[in-house]
Design a protein around this ligand. Structure first.
Ligand SMILES: Nc1nc2c(c(=O)[nH]1)N[C@H]1C(S)=C(S)[C@@H](COP(=O)(O)O)O[C@H]1N2
Ligand SMILES: [Mo]
Length: 557
């Protein structure tokens, strides 16, 4: 039967159809990621956009996001909440992209006056074209997918062609048809558009629910590679080998509510440029170390582990940590001293710096002078005596003392000795070139629930952390309501590169109290009270906290 189209769905209807179909497509991508390690396109698109935007825009965006999360009371797990927010933005962005593409397809079919029979083919071609672009984008950016590359390509094309087919069918179903002139009248079945769209919505809702549900189910039973749950506080008094902490005998107890001195790895903050961490197979891992050297080498993980090792308790902070924030953590790092690598490869005359690149193409330069003079710099493969977790850089990351995290690539896949200085990933985006740690101190708690009585006087314990990178902390002072600065007591730190836990027992007084803290580094230098935001050189300023104390806090003491 020869039919001609008398009315077509507008591009606006296309946008609506796009919105109805998008969740199902995203759910299928999600399912593929969970079951078979296939690329999750929404994150790839998001990551590609994030890499291309100018540094200032990204920082502004992250800043506002952190503001919102803090307002929502999600500040306690800021890095996790921020990642989740990023994930949501990624999915929404991808959905919008799909919606616009369907609007464009419908508009195009209308503009071309596409004959009824051609619609299906045109839509499939449209899906294949979009799919092809997405394949290129995913291949360029995705480092977390573990499936075979061919499978990844086939999967993306298959879903996008399928998407095009569905769109073609929907477009056709939404057309009003009439027999071509001259042909004897036949009864044309006309469908109710609204009813059709409701049915389409029902179908995609079913696919979405089934897809995400199945993916979640498989994820639960299959187990992810995220670190497992945390131990009890008692368990944390030992390291991953079961050895007591080096300061286990220190008599000073942290004030109730102070953060843990030794961060469980699962609770270590996490900051990456990618939506999902790159996944690297430790068994086939090969690290090329070359450039301007006499003896370039390629090392397996076993080769690296066979080299002499060092270990240290280390506090690391993100340069974007705010004063009082929690993008700072402490654990034990084990690895090979970078000096060993230098001895192995024998750099040539004229080497100025070493470029270290991660699987996500994050890179940083470390000055060769520094690498030669600081024997503590290491290529680390263990945290808390266990191989690095995927999200924390498995199989290899670098530690450079006294620098913020941005100078220290994870998932290292290449090391190159070069005869020039260079700017790393975040430096190119306007952040500090040296990223040397600022001295900062934080009040974690004014422990109104832990008031105690000594010599007829009530005291409120207060406590927190102070950190000055590799320079150590010599003194912490506290003052209340702008009174005299009083010296706090310090726990012996886990090492000369970790934060110090401080405590001050303050003579109880009722009312609202404003508490402030400041620290002196190991060289006796007082931290600045000048308020600087994290960008570009890391946050500075005095941390303060308001605490309201009342007679109720004395009950039962
Ligand atoms: N390859 C790679 N290395 C990286 C990053 C990254 O995004 N990619 N982020 C850096 C930043 S900004 C910080 S603060 C630390 C965080 O390390 P963590 O996530 O293990 O705590 O890793 C650094 N190394
Ligand atoms: Mo960072």
């Amino acid at each position: 039967m020869n039919l001609q189209i008398t009315s077509r769905p507008s591009w606006l209807v296309g946008l609506g159809v796009g919105a109805i179909v998008a969740p199902a497509l995203i759910a299928l991508f999600f399912l593929g990621e969970r079951i078979a390690g296939l690329p999750f396109l929404p994150f790839d698109v998001f990551d590609a956009i994030a890499r291309t935007l100018p540094g200032g825009v990204i920082t502004f965006g992250i800043d506002r996001m952190i503001d919102v999360l803090t307002l929502l009371g999600l500040g306690a797990n800021l890095d996790t909440a921020a990642k989740t927010a990023e994930h949501i933005i990624g999915i929404v962005t991808f959905a919008i992209l799909l919606i616009v593409l369907v609007g464009a397809l419908f508009g195009l079919l209308n503009r071309l006056n596409a004959p009824y029979k051609r619609v299906a083919l045109a839509s499939i071609v449209w899906g294949a074209m979009v799919g092809g672009l997405l394949v290129l984008l995913s291949l360029a950016i995705n480092r977390s997918a573990t499936a075979e590359i061919t499978l990844q390509i086939v999967w993306i094309l298959l879903l996008m062609v399928g998407w095009g087919m569905v769109l073609g069918n929907v477009y056709q179903a939404l057309c009003q048809l009439a027999p071509v002139e001259g042909v004897p009248k036949v009864k044309v079945e006309s469908i109710d558009r609204r009813q059709f769209l409701v049915r389409l919505g029902g179908a995609t809702a079913a696919v979405t629910v089934l897809g995400t549900g199945l993916a979640e189910f498989l994820n639960l039973t299959g187990g992810g590679d995220e670190p497992q749950s945390v131990g009890t506080p008692d368990e944390m008094l030992v390291d991953g080998k079961g050895n007591p902490m080096p300061n286990a005998n220190d008599p000073l107890q942290a004030a109730l509510g102070t953060r843990r001195e030794y961060t469980p790895v699962a609770e270590h903050y996490r900051i990456d440029i990618s939506s999902l961490p790159p996944s690297i197979d430790g068994d086939t891992y090969q690290l090329p170390i070359g450039g301007e050297v006499e003896n370039p080498v390629t090392l397996s993980l076993a080769d690296i582990r066979a080299l002499p090792s060092i270990e240290s308790f280390i506090t690391m902070s993100c340069i974007s940590n705010r004063i009082g924030g929690n993008l700072i953590s402490t654990t034990k790092w084990t690895g090979v001293p970078f000096k060993e690598i230098i001895n192995l490869v024998k750099p040539k005359e004229g080497v100025v710096s070493v470029m270290i690149t991660g699987a996500d193409e994050f890179d940083e330069f470390v000055s060769y002078d520094l690498l030669q003079s600081d024997e503590r710099i290491m290529l680390a493969y263990e945290w808390d005596d266990k191989p690095l977790a995927t999200r924390n850089g498995f199989p290899l990351r670098v530690h450079v003392p006294d620098r913020y995290g941005m100078k220290q690539p994870k998932w290292i896949t290449n090391i190159e000795f070069v005869t020039r200085k260079g700017e790393g990933y975040w430096v190119r985006r306007g952040w500090s070139e040296e990223a040397i740690v600022n001295s900062t101190s934080v009040i974690d708690t004014v422990a109104a629930d832990a008031v105690f009585k000594r010599g007829g006087q009530y005291f409120v314990p207060m406590g927190g952390i102070a950190w000055a990178g590799a320079k150590g902390i010599s003194k912490v002072e506290v003052r209340v309501n702008e009174g005299q600065w009083q010296e706090a007591r310090l726990r012996a730190p886990l090492s000369d590169r970790t934060w110090v836990i401080w405590r001050y027992d303050w003579a109880f007084a009722e009312g609202t109290q404003r508490v402030e803290v400041r620290c002196y580094n190991g060289e006796g230098e007082l931290q600045t009270d000048q308020v600087n935001s994290p960008r570009p050189d890391g946050a500075t300023g005095i941390h303060s906290k308001n605490a309201t104390l009342s007679a109720a806090n004395l009950e039962g003491v």
